[in-house]
Design a protein around this ligand. Structure first.
Ligand SMILES: NC(=O)c1ccc[n+]([C@@H]2O[C@H](COP(=O)([O-])OP(=O)(O)OC[C@H]3O[C@@H](n4cnc5c(N)ncnc54)[C@H](O)[C@@H]3O)[C@@H](O)[C@H]2O)c1
Length: 670
């Protein structure tokens, strides 16, 4: 019998969970690992977690694996089943290299492997793609079994994924999604952060973040583009040029690491604090930060010099962000734009580090004295907000970057509440969606459309860039005044996209487009595939979009009719996408701002040049954007009322309920 390592890649995929136990794998210290998760299970519950894990394996292996899995649970707080990590390289391969009977399933395998690629994933051995806890799967058995199912499925079956666990292949039909993913769907009363810790440790749910658990992460490019758009528009909002002006923020992790790169593309001075030396070094080596400084006096001198010379420069401060805000206040360094991208959606498990404690000591405290750690985090948050308040009193424009900063700061008792709170205006400061992304992009239907060239060929990506650019330039000529800025920014982006060298992992591209732009670009791709000019293309988007996400303090924070605490839009979106032709759909609890705080969904769609693909793309993309515009319009958002009326003119079978606006004077006089 062949050993697992001697098997070809295709055979290993088709094998699934091997019959013989593979040899134990050493814990590789060169890899970035997830921190030890907090002890949450009782001894009895640990037995249940073991029972749950062992059901993937034949009873003859239980004795060996029970001991091993218990050790993983005790050492890391979770059962990852490290022994079953495959021996082949984890990366997106050209689609033709995947085994199987169905092109759509092969494309999904490619996307799953991309999410776990060492160059892409944050903690690849723990199957975490980004955000500290954004899992593709919870353990390696789930990965192996899912890949096996995908290699067997026909285009008349649907694979059902329950929070990382492949429940199985079910008969369906060719227009049905090939995969339906749910992540973290809880009964609402069991959706508190500790419920996540417990049920994830038991192996029955997982945190899919957004594009992690839905196989649609494309590395840092997506986030660099979104952050660039945000920084550019934030400077427009305060009516300042980026040149010579200062942006202060923190975090150099999975998404936050995009901030200095985006600052450089926008042309400002960026200071970004990061407590983790390993991560800071990675960003320096990668060229995403220009300089690293560890001394606060040196930082002040360097920033003053950069201001004087109107430099475009990004500086990492290795240390706590609170120290930067306090020092700049003391030294009168004026901050033009301020934000924060520590992972406050995950405050007690490594997302936010307290001040005045070394990084190593903080990690120990987190695992061994969680209550004290929580106190220290909250104390730091109060200090953090106090320092920000001093700067904003001097004219700094501060915005919440969708990381639950204001929410957690308020829970810590920090001075961040507005003097006159109303629904949607609870805090002193706006979120980036309230002031920037919502009114300037989402309400008009502009959001993070993306595609992956499944051939794996850079020349295919270059051809798709050229096609997309041509489509947008043509559309821009006929576009109304209201969306000209968005069109210009994205045409500029796509022209410079190759130069920015942002492709990591699969051959992927992102840009912001509205429904019309997305449909026309997709149609042009499908035509090029049919003519043999390019290979198969996978379309998708970030969940952080017009319609995909209900998140009251982020994506839907600029909804002011009270419906921001509902999740009807996201649920309708995923249902609507699934019967209009998506190749796979996903719906998640948690993501970005935290477990229990958001419901978000996404899709993937394979274009193969066929008529079926042409029909599906038109039907699904139109709905996927206009669902959210309709809801934003009903919430009385001006841009969305404009956009939905425009959409109804372009498609007569679209009939949306439009709100009647009430004269505020009438209400004031009641
Ligand atoms: N970039 C975006 O457009 C965007 C959009 C929405 C939300 N977010 C949110 O931003 C947050 C960050 O995401 P990520 O993927 O980068 O997470 P991450 O966990 O990979 O990175 C956060 C980084 O912050 C560092 N950090 C924590 N506390 C610190 C402190 N006090 N001082 C200095 N550094 C500190 C951590 O060491 C870590 O490297 C998440 O909550 C995410 O949801 C980002």
């Amino acid at each position: 019998m062949e050993t697992t390592t001697a098997l070809s890649f295709k055979k290993q995929i088709k094998q699934g969970i091997p019959n013989e136990l593979p040899s134990i794998k050493a814990y590789e210290t060169t890899i970035n690992h997830a921190p030890k998760r907090k002890e949450i299970l009782s001894d009895e519950e640990k037995k249940l977690a073991l029972q749950n894990a062992l059901r993937y394996f034949k009873p003859e292996h239980h004795k060996v694996l029970a001991k091993e899995f218990l050790a993983e649970l005790n050492d890391y707080g979770r059962i990852y089943m490290y022994r079953f990590r495959p021996d082949y390289e984890m990366k997106a391969r050209p689609i033709k290299e995947y085994p199987g009977k169905c092109k759509q399933a092969k494309a999904i395998m490619l996307m799953i492997q991309n999410n776990l690629d060492y160059a892409v994933a944050q903690h690849p051995h723990e199957l975490i793609t980004y955000g500290g806890n954004g899992g593709v799967f919870s353990n390696w058995a789930q990965y192996l079994l899912t890949m096996k199912y995908l290699s067997e499925m026909t285009d008349k079956q649907t694979l059902v994924m329950y929070s990382g666990h492949p429940m199985g292949l079910f008969p369906s039909h060719k227009d049905a999604p090939r995969v339906v993913v749910t992540n973290g769907m809880m009964i609402p009363n069991y959706s508190k952060p500790d419920d996540y810790e417990k049920f994830n440790a038991l192996g029955v749910t997982q945190y899919g973040q957004m594009t992690a658990g839905s196989y649609m992460y494309i590395g840092p490019q997506g986030i660099v583009h979104g952050t660039t758009i945000t920084v550019l528009n934030a400077f427009r909002k305060i009516e300042k040029e980026p040149q010579g002006n200062l942006f202060v923020t923190s975090g150099l992790g999975g998404m936050s690491g995009a901030q200095p790169k985006a600052g450089n593309i926008a042309g400002c001075i960026t200071v970004c604090a990061e407590v983790n030396p390993k991560i800071t070094q990675v960003r320096l080596d990668q060229g995403w930060i220009d300089e690293k400084i560890t001394d606060l006096d040196e930082l002040v001198a360097r920033v003053n010099q950069a201001k004087e010379n109107k430099e475009t420069v990004s500086i990492a401060y290795l240390g706590n962000i609170v120290d930067v805000w306090e020092k700049f206040d003391k030294e009168e360094v004026h901050i033009d734009l301020g934000s924060d991208q520590t992972s406050l959606h995950n405050p007690w498990a490594g997302g936010y580090y307290p001040a005045d404690i070394s990084f190593e000591d903080a990690n120990e405290m987190m695992a061994n004295e969680p209550e004290l750690f929580k106190e220290k985090v909250q104390e730091t948050l109060r200090r953090h907000a106090k320092a920000i308040n001093k700067h904003t009193a001097k004219g700094t424009y501060f915005f919440d970057y969708g990381n639950a900063f204001l929410l957690e700061a308020s829970r810590a008792g920090a001075d961040v509440m507005s003097d006159n709170p109303t629904i949607g205006r609870e805090f002193k400061y706006p979120s980036y969606v309230q002031d920037i992304m919502g009114p300037m992009c989402f309400d008009y239907g502009f959001g993070p459309f993306r595609w992956v060239c499944a051939s794996g060929k850079p020349e295919d990506l270059a051809k798709t860039d050229a096609i997309a650019c041509k489509v947008l330039e043509k559309l821009k000529k006929e576009s109304p005044e209201e969306i000209q800025q968005q069109m210009t920014d994205n045409i500029q982006w796509i022209k410079g996209a190759q130069e920015n060298k942002l492709v990591v992992g699969s051959q992927a591209r992102i840009l912001y487009a509205d429904a019309e732009g997305r449909m026309k670009i997709a149609k042009a791709f499908n035509k090029a595939i049919k003519k043999g000019k390019i290979g198969t293309v996978v379309l998708g988007r970030d969940h952080h979009d017009v319609s995909g996400t209900d998140s009251p303090y982020r994506e839907t924070s600029n909804i002011y009719d009270g419906s921001r605490f509902t999740a009807d839009m996201a649920i309708h979106n995923v249902i609507g996408d699934s019967f209009r032709g998506a190749t796979w759909v996903s719906i998640h609890n948690g993501g970005g701002v935290g477990w229990g705080e958001v419901i978000n969904g996404g899709f993937g769609m394979v274009l193969d040049g066929s008529k079926d693909a042409g029909r599906r793309l038109e039907s699904m993309l139109f709905w996927d954007v206009n669902n959210g515009i309709a809801r934003r319009n009903w919430a009385r958002n001006e841009g969305a009322i404009f956009a939905i009326e425009r959409a109804m003119k372009s498609e007569p079978s679209l009939k949306v309920t439009v709100p009647n606006l009430v004269d505020n004077k009438l209400l004031a006089n009641l």
